[in-house]
Design a protein around this ligand. Structure first.
Ligand SMILES: Nc1nc2c([nH]c(=O)n2[C@@H]2O[C@H](COP(=O)(O)OP(=O)(O)OP(=O)(O)O)[C@@H](O)[C@H]2O)c(=O)[nH]1
Length: 304
């Protein structure tokens, strides 16, 4: 369950259950013949006394505990009625995913917490179209309005100009705690102490292991690429183009139905990319996305 302020609800497993004392996301086992969503609704009613009003499929991960393998279907519950209570004697706590002050968390949940630290909206720079002065104005406005992840992608720039531009984006973003990822260039990202790198699908397919110490997101367009990103355990992927987009006018679009088919049982957070506007966020969630990524639409001001 996630509140609008970003806090998520955690529960401490009560005495008598395996892993008693460990913290988890409320939920429980799927019964025979039940869908994962129906099980979630039943469990949250039984454990917390709430009625789920809006839950979106999010990530599916399997994990090997010493005693058994579990297949965990995580949903993002964004609306409910009632105030959650520990109906089974469990202690509850609302927590910011990036600053937990309860522990220990169930071992399977570490990647889930990392995924929860990724914001809903991922903006890709568009200095090429806007010009530098307007772009930095818009970036400042967007940061003030809670933009928290930015990809620097300006393929027209020389190496030196890109370095200057990226440094400026990082300097502006840092005080807000906004993450900055550089498109394709691992070395430059390391040199500038960026938060991470957005690798293209070609780099993805060449990569054997995920480098440590930075966020790695990959751009994917098909099942093979998604499978490789999963195998590498990357932090997230962009799946595109979902809708028609000006930047790749000839590319075949996926459409929402096949976008969501690709994400069935997928373990990594996925941003929908291609023709996205702010108002597509809900549709993206409904189709299994973590969030949306936008280039042009991320920088629209009231005057456009
Ligand atoms: N609810 C929940 N279970 C999790 C999480 N992470 C995780 O590894 N699990 C594992 O998923 C399984 C969930 O089963 P459960 O014991 O909570 O199921 P339940 O509420 O139906 O309890 P029961 O044992 O009384 O039938 C456990 O093996 C648990 O360790 C999590 O965040 N939330």
């Amino acid at each position: 369950m996630r509140r609008a302020d970003g806090q998520v609800l955690l529960a401490q497993r009560p005495e008598g259950k395996p892993w008693a004392g460990w913290w988890e996301f409320p939920g429980g086992k799927i019964e025979q013949g039940e869908s994962a969503l129906a099980a979630l609704k039943r469990e949250l009613q039984e454990e917390l006394g709430i009625e789920v009003l809006a839950a979106y499929p999010w990530l599916t991960r399997s994990f090997d505990y010493p005693e058994r393998q579990v297949n965990l279907h995580f949903f993002m519950v964004r609306d409910w009625s009632g105030e959650p209570q520990g109906c089974e004697g469990q202690i509850l706590s609302w927590q910011y995913p990036y600053g937990l002050n309860v522990s220990p968390m169930l071992p399977a949940n570490a990647p889930i917490l990392s995924a929860l630290c990724l914001p809903d909206v991922y903006a890709i720079t568009n200095m090429q179209e806007l010009g530098e002065a307007v772009f930095f104005e818009r970036l400042q406005t967007a940061l003030d309005k809670e933009l928290r992840m930015i990809q620097v992608r300006e393929k027209q720039l020389s190496e030196a100009a890109l370095r200057t531009f990226a440094s400026k984006v990082i300097a502006l973003a840092k005080p807000y705690g906004a993450k900055v990822l550089l498109n394709s260039d691992v070395e430059l990202a390391q040199a500038l102490e960026a938060d991470g790198v957005q690798i293209n699908s070609h780099q993805l397919m060449q990569m054997q292991t995920k480098p440590e110490g930075m966020i790695f997101g990959a751009s994917c367009h098909n099942e093979l690429e998604l499978a490789h990103a999963k195998q590498l355990g990357l932090d997230f992927v962009l799946l595109s183009p979902v809708l028609a987009t000006q930047s790749h006018p000839d590319a075949d679009t996926l459409g929402w139905a096949s976008f969501s088919n690709y994400l069935v049982d997928y373990p990594l957070p996925v941003y929908a990319l291609g023709g996205m506007q702010q108002e597509h966020l809900l549709t993206a969630w409904q189709h299994g996305a973590h969030g949306i990524a936008m280039q042009r639409a991320a920088w629209i001001s009231g005057n456009d």
